[in-house]
Design a protein around this ligand. Structure first.
Ligand SMILES: [Zn+2]
Length: 303
């Protein structure tokens, strides 16, 4: 299944790398591929917004209210409220962000019902840095992981975005129910994600960071990816949520890793091979061709 809404295009700033063209490029690519468009004909679901109390399970009330307050601001293409120097908000952002969080929760509900078929949540704005900015508003995957804990005992979050998901890591840093594992370029934005960050209290040993130097290629990356799968198997989660960043690709405009399409295909096959409920959640990725092409390839393997 695919969860997507045209409403995700409402949050937009044309001169910013995280703009609506990213999702337009993906949807266009899916439609253009005749095998895929046939395959997914009845598989696109419209999401529902997340409930406020679900968002508050991850974000504090002040942060939530700040985001909500932007609903009533007067914005236009020249007038944006900036959460940090990289993260814009418009009067449509709140609606979009609540829907993105709801979409990922719905992804969890869908794989709970039908554990065999993975779900792709094609959402914007992304989430894994939230509430610390970095183009992100609400932490979609963290909110969905909290939601998943109502049905499941153990959740594994695998973050393959080129950036470290500091927001997600922090949310579950003290938890032994949600394992957070990230492969990312390091040192790089947002500065976190060293091997020494392993969790604390009951969560000690339930955070695994794999920092990678710029230029890391398929061979090295996939070898380390295999080691994360061993960790995953040992943890034996009930559900696997993937922070899917296409910015680890060699042609990405912001990232500095050197993965090819083949690496994404291999990771998809390996994840499917786990035979666990699986939800892919779109995070970063700023080369429009890469976004459309790689997601199409991943869906052809998965759906
Ligand atoms: Zn990223």
């Amino acid at each position: 299944m695919i969860i997507y809404s045209d409403k995700f295009l409402l949050h937009d700033k044309p001169d910013h790398p995280e703009n609506k063209q990213r999702l337009i490029a993906i949807i266009d690519a899916l439609k253009k591929d005749s095998d895929l468009s046939h395959k997914i004909k009845n598989k696109i679901k419209e999401p529902k917004p997340a409930k406020e109390e679900h968002i508050l399970a991850v974000h504090d009330k002040d942060y939530f209210n700040l985001i909500k307050s932007t609903k009533s601001m007067r914005s236009n293409t020249k007038n944006f409220f900036m959460l940090d120097q990289d993260t814009y908000l418009t009067d449509k952002t709140y609606e979009c962000a609540v829907l993105a969080a709801g979409a990922v929760e719905q992804g969890v509900d869908l794989v709970y019902k039908d554990r065999k078929e993975p779900v792709f949540c094609l959402v914007r704005p992304p989430g894994h840095h939230a509430p610390y900015g970095g183009f992100c508003i609400f932490n979609n995957i963290a909110i969905a992981a909290m939601h998943a804990l109502k049905k499941y005992e153990k959740v594994f979050i695998l973050d393959i975005d080129v950036h470290h998901g500091n927001g997600t890591q922090n949310t579950f840093y003290q938890s032994n129910k949600v394992f957070y594992c990230s492969l990312h370029q390091y040192p790089f934005y947002p500065g976190t994600g060293s091997t020494e960050e392993v969790g604390t209290g009951p969560g000690k040993g339930y955070t695994l960071n794999i920092p990678l130097s710029a230029g890391t290629d398929d061979e090295t990356y996939l070898r380390l990816f295999q080691s994360t799968l061993s960790t995953l198997k040992k943890f034996n989660p009930d559900v696997v949520l993937v922070s899917l960043g296409l910015d680890s690709h060699k042609d990405d405009t912001l990232g500095g890793l050197a993965l090819t399409d083949q690496a994404y295909k291999k990771m998809t096959k390996d994840l499917l091979g786990l035979e666990k409920p699986l939800v892919f959640v779109l995070e970063g990725g700023y080369n429009l061709d890469v976004l459309g092409r790689v997601i199409s390839k991943m869906m052809l393997l998965s759906l």
